[in-house]
Ligand binder design. Sequence first.
Ligand code: NAD
Length: 478
Amino acid sequence: MVDCAQMLIAGEWCGGGAGTADVLNPATGAVIGAVAMADRADLDRALDAAAAAFVTWSRVSAYERSAILRKAADLLRSRAEAIGRLMTSEQGKPFPEAKGEVMGSADHIDWAAEEGRRIYGRVIPSRAPNVSQISHRVPLGVVAGFSPWNFPVSQAVRKIAGALGAGCPIIVKCPEETPFSCVELVRCFADAGVPAGVVNLVYGVPADISEYLIPAAPVRMITFTGSIPVGKHLGELAARHVKRCTLELGGHSPFIVAEDANVDAALALAVGLKFRNAGQVCASPSRFMVHERHYERFVDGFVKGAEALKVGEGFADGVQMGPLANARRLEAMEAFVADAAARGATVRTGGRRIGNEGYFYAPTVLTDVPDDARLMVEEPFGPVAPIAPFSSLETAIEKANQLPFALAAFAFGSSQHTVSQLADGLEAGMVSINHFGIASPETPFGGMKESGYGSEGGVEGMEAFVTTKFVSTATLAA
Ligand code: NAD
């Protein structure tokens, strides 16, 4: 039993004015602790602290900021084991994945630390000999971040490290379902010497917090990762108050296996990628399209792979897939599969809850799913894989592109012609061909269409936190 996850406001760890909420272990459904919930007075203190911190943090040299962030990264690495344990208890993913997420998050901090030192301005030739024209890239202001429960540390870290590296303070609302690992992430920044008010961590009723923080005057930028409906709502709020906004929303990623693909390599990647984090990954492949020549072999191999996965509590030896993160996801999977089956789909494996304790759902493979089934048009965000055959690659690409979401796309093919057809034709913010090649700190992560706008990671990710200040100076004789 762990205790109550606290908030960090103005450099003080504290409880919240709105009481607490329970935190559950999704493997058992048991209460494992509580999380402090903010009221408006707490948010006001966070806003005041962050506004004051902007004046000082934005003037700390990029070199010094970088040194502090690198220290936070080192602390995070050294605490990865303990933080990974907290994450598995509250989120359910297998412990090695949880620990790996923490280690990878330290790399994100290092990237932001170094990239923050390379935010360059521009000298623009002027029309007069005594005039200098400089375009500066300056920190935007206070950031309000909203991070989700599927990757409690690696989603929050992108927002925190990006903001801090660019010289912006942040108020981050981390997920109430998985608060303990986020507390420890933020503690690494505080222990590394990030001054009071630069990182503020809050929890609470998500809608109350976003509706209060987004319009607040000191907040200049909003960064949200979560579902499309919530993202649209927050985007509207941000637009109404003319605030910059990065939205990392859901997807429904196609996974195409072309006629000339290396099918063994495709299968080896597909099963692990689909069921990682029980499918609760925004870029998870969720519409498998396989050339008819390989279809039966692919389906058989995929079903075998799904059935061989060891599903269980995240600390148990050899477990490859944990429970779903909460009861909502379990209900969602049951509804997706029931809808598809009612429309004629065949359940090749899974399609049911495992046990009656915790939120386990069997790795599920469906075939013959009609295009109008909910599973084909809404993001499943769970361990359910529909597989369909195709005969023409052009048609498969067209189908892959027909949804309003466009986060990631995966494909296998070998000839140069196939690869360029896939790379050019697939509409997605991230296209990965013949391997898994997305989501590293140095590459841009983000979607097209309703999957959102803006990027996290890469040079593009840092751009989100700075704005342009143009200074034109004429030199005059006294
Ligand atoms: P949800 O839409 O209720 O919540 C998603 C996240 O947004 C949660 O962390 C939640 O706390 C937060 N949130 C919800 N309403 C908010 C508001 N008004 N203001 C600020 N934050 C708010 O959905 P859920 O049941 O928690 O998750 C399921 C859906 O969320 C999935 O279908 C998936 O599309 C999406 N999701 C996406 C990601 C991602 O990485 N893009 C991560 C988690 C969830």
